[in-house]
Write a protein that binds this ligand. Structure first.
Ligand code: ZN
Length: 156
């Protein structure tokens, strides 16, 4: 039973769902707006509702989820943007923007790192301290967001 879903650009935002942030085989319906005016979606896998604002951070214009996962793995191995550029072929500006994106939505990104990249909390923490060290121009919002998800053990 194939359902048309081409125009739905969003992935499931329910962390307990098997299809959480998964592009492949997702089954999302677009259904009206909530009182705040946010587009509402329904996941046919976990049978839950969510709104569009939840998704934006990791929905990246230039990188597929697979590529984001790949880059995250390099980050946790403490590869700098230049060496990730060399390994993955993506321009370091693209990678840099992803890093900023991750940092600004650190809480959501942390879920992503655990569920999709399959990092342990310690590895997540290592990734964040690496980002912190390498990205000096992070916005205050990003710094606060990262601070929230970091375990505190590696902070200078
Ligand atoms: Zn779902």
């Amino acid at each position: 039973m194939a359902r048309p879903r081409s125009e739905v650009k969003i992935t499931c935002q329910i962390p307990t769902c098997k299809y959480y942030l998964k592009e492949e085989k997702k089954d999302i319906l677009k259904r009206g707006k909530n009182k705040a005016g946010h587009q509402q979606y329904y996941c046919n896998h976990c049978h839950k509702w969510f709104v569009e604002t939840a998704n934006t951070p990791l929905y990246h214009k230039h990188l597929s989820e697979e590529e984001i996962i790949n880059i995250c793995k390099h980050l946790v191995e403490k590869n700098g943007l230049r060496s990730i550029q060399r390994i993955t072929g993506h321009h370091r500006d693209t990678i840099g923007r992803l890093v900023v994106d991750l940092a600004e939505h650190a809480e959501r990104a942390n879920n992503f790192l655990i569920h999709n990249v399959k990092l342990t909390p310690i590895e997540c923490d290592e990734l964040w301290s690496f980002v912190k060290k390498n990205k000096r121009k992070l916005s205050p919002a990003a710094q606060i967001a990262m601070k929230k998800v970091m375990l505190g053990s590696t902070q200078a």
